[in-house]
Design a protein around this ligand. Structure first.
Ligand code: FDA
Length: 302
């Protein structure tokens, strides 16, 4: 409830310019965002590799209004991929993309152009041995995103898909995607969704998460278990029973647990970087009231 309220307030333009315009935001943002450019992203990849942790890099930039911004995002991804390859860091790492950042929402032609851009990038990443996962955004984009992933998978079967346990439709989607070789990142869901499409109670989301995980495992998919919920992590470790899967967490959240998991499993951290951090940052605040209190205290103290 609080999180939904905060996501609503965060959508206000005045609030956005207040937060992004304040230099006091920067230290708190730095907890969740690796930095602004390719150098910072590469440094984060190098640092995490020291603990045996793989990454999926997200070049921030979801709220675009022009096609040129989408082209810029793709160029940024190509740059970071080439940089990783040049430094011998590509192997085992991944990038995450948002179709909205690729122009999905820009006019009737948007979905098609976003898929074309994604296709070009997946092809480039594939040539460097890097996988791509397509993030899932709010429920209005789920259908288009699933269709886009299916299209990309017809040529690049390792393209990852994200499912959000909070959505009522997701168990069905999990069944559709539960087959060998299918890389599926399972998350709870970070968007402010109406009760018609999503479970309003957290306990129901948690139960749905476990049901979806069982479906993916039983169908032979490769689940990417993306959660900081330690009860689910523990249960997942038991359910795996030798089956192939990986754990994922967000940059800056539950770091000791990330290091613990990396000792026994593939552990991947989602590393966002770039200047357009507001949307990502406000979702992290909404997930946990303590983050908002931390942010508010730093503004007052500054
Ligand atoms: P839950 O919210 O129940 O949190 C469990 C515990 O983890 C909390 O009690 C707290 O201790 C800690 N925690 C959780 N969030 C925190 C935060 N922001 N700051 C500090 N501590 C926190 N969503 C989506 O809709 N589409 C997507 O594509 C993705 N992609 C994605 C990739 C990866 C690798 C991860 C880990 C997550 C996503 N998400 C996402 C976000 C996801 O939907 C969800 O909002 C967050 O992971 C928080 O949910 P938890 O599963 O961690 O559980």
């Amino acid at each position: 409830m609080f999180g939904q309220l905060l996501l609503g307030v965060a959508g206000n333009r005045g609030v956005r310019s207040l937060v992004t315009g304040s230099s006091l935001s920067q230290p708190v943002v730095a907890r969740f965002v690796a930095g602004e450019d390719t150098d910072a992203a590469t440094a984060a990849v190098r640092d995490l590799a020291k603990d045996g942790i793989a990454v999926t890099l997200d070049r921030l930039g979801e709220d675009i209004t022009e096609q040129a911004q989408a082209d810029e995002t793709v160029a940024g991804y190509r740059e970071v991929l080439d940089r990783l390859a040049g430094e011998g860091l590509a192997q085992g790492n991944e990038v995450s993309i948002k179709l909205s950042a690729f122009g999905q929402g820009l006019g009737p032609d948007g979905p098609r152009r976003a898929v074309e851009r994604a296709h070009g990038l997946v092809q480039h990443a594939h040539g460097l041995g890097v996988d791509v996962t397509v993030d899932m955004e709010d429920h209005t984009r789920v259908e288009d995103t699933l269709v886009a992933v299916a299209e990309l998978r017809s040529e690049f079967p390792r393209t990852g898909c994200v499912l959000q346990a909070m959505l009522r439709r997701t168990e069905g989607d999990a069944r559709d995607l539960a087959r060998a070789g299918s890389r599926v990142r399972l998350v709870k869901g970070a968007y402010n969704e109406p009760p018609e499409v999503a479970y309003p109670a957290k306990a129901d989301v948690d139960k749905a998460y476990v049901r979806c995980l069982r479906i993916l495992l039983d169908g032979g998919a490769y689940p990417m278990i993306a959660t900081h919920d330690l009860r689910i992590v523990k249960l997942a470790e038991e359910l795996l029973d030798g089956r192939d899967a990986e754990f994922q967490m967000l940059y800056g959240i539950r770091v000791p647990e990330q290091q613990r998991l990396a000792k026994n499993h593939t552990m991947r951290v989602y590393v966002p970087y770039g200047t357009d951090w507001y949307g990502y940052f406000s979702r992290r605040l909404a997930e946990r009231p303590a983050n908002l209190a931390f942010f508010a205290r730093s503004l007052v103290a500054g």
